[in-house]
Design a protein around this ligand. Structure first.
Ligand SMILES: [Zn+2]
Length: 118
């Protein structure tokens, strides 16, 4: 699947973004955070991601090694994306694919990452 432009948002619409990405490499994870939130994530370089609105509505939550900014909308509580670094230290965005418009979630084949035991 080629990279495509997608629009994403939280539930109330305060947080909105555009992202250019492929949906080939989505993951789910069973760690203490993802297991509870039920997110389907895809990691993209920060330059592929444009936050259109809502920076002021984002609350950051960090835990464990505190290397990922788990962000949620402080109005509706949805987690539209997070921020982190890849192995080389580049800024990376973890997009919650469930927050993208025009994505058929039943067509995704996410990799099940065993974050609980990583
Ligand atoms: Zn919201």
């Amino acid at each position: 699947m080629n990279e495509q432009r997608h629009h994403g948002s939280c539930h109330c619409g305060a947080v909105a973004y555009d992202v250019t990405m492929s949906l080939d490499n989505t993951i789910t994870c069973n760690c203490s955070m993802c297991g509870r939130a039920g997110t389907i994530l895809a990691f993209v370089p920060a330059e592929k991601f444009t936050l259109l609105s809502g920076e002021d509505n984002l609350t950051s939550y960090t835990f464990n090694k505190k290397i990922i900014d788990h962000l949620f909308c402080n109005v509706c509580g949805i987690k539209p994306f997070g921020r982190g670094k890849d192995q080389d230290g580049n800024d990376t965005v973890a997009v919650n694919v469930r927050c993208l418009e025009d994505v058929d979630l039943t067509k995704l084949e996410p990799y099940h990452y065993d974050g609980k035991n990583a």
